[in-house]
Design a protein around this ligand. Structure first.
Ligand SMILES: [Zn+2]
Length: 107
């Protein structure tokens, strides 16, 4: 089974391991605990995995209502209407923080 390009683009690049090591070192410096640092790194990876899976789903399957439809409208607005707004894929949180949020109406 082929892995879709949207999922492989960043997971398997040569910087993944060094960047993860830097985050682990940073978390360890802040927490002083290898367990806590590992837990934070795992949370970071799981959040990134969630982002990638939602992004994949938004592009490659139909959303028929609910949260996926809301996310899809915002993300497609970013891709196909205005690339300077609606950067968030899973949530508009950072768009609200940085003033790049746009309310996207349904159809
Ligand atoms: Zn996209």
């Amino acid at each position: 089974m082929a892995i879709p390009g949207i999922l492989t683009r960043s997971w398997f690049d040569p910087f993944t391991l060094p960047v993860s090591a830097l985050f682990l070192g940073g978390f360890y410096t802040v927490t002083g605990s290898l367990f806590a640092a590992s837990a934070l790194l795992t949370g970071l990876w799981l959040g990134f995995l969630y982002y990638e899976l939602v992004h994949y789903r938004l592009h490659l399957s139909k959303a028929d209502g609910g949260l996926l439809e809301y996310q899809r409208q915002g993300h497609f607005y970013h891709h196909f209407v205005d690339p300077n707004h609606c950067f968030g894929v899973t949530s508009p949180l950072w768009d609200l923080v940085f003033g790049t949020y746009r309310r996207v109406s349904a159809r």
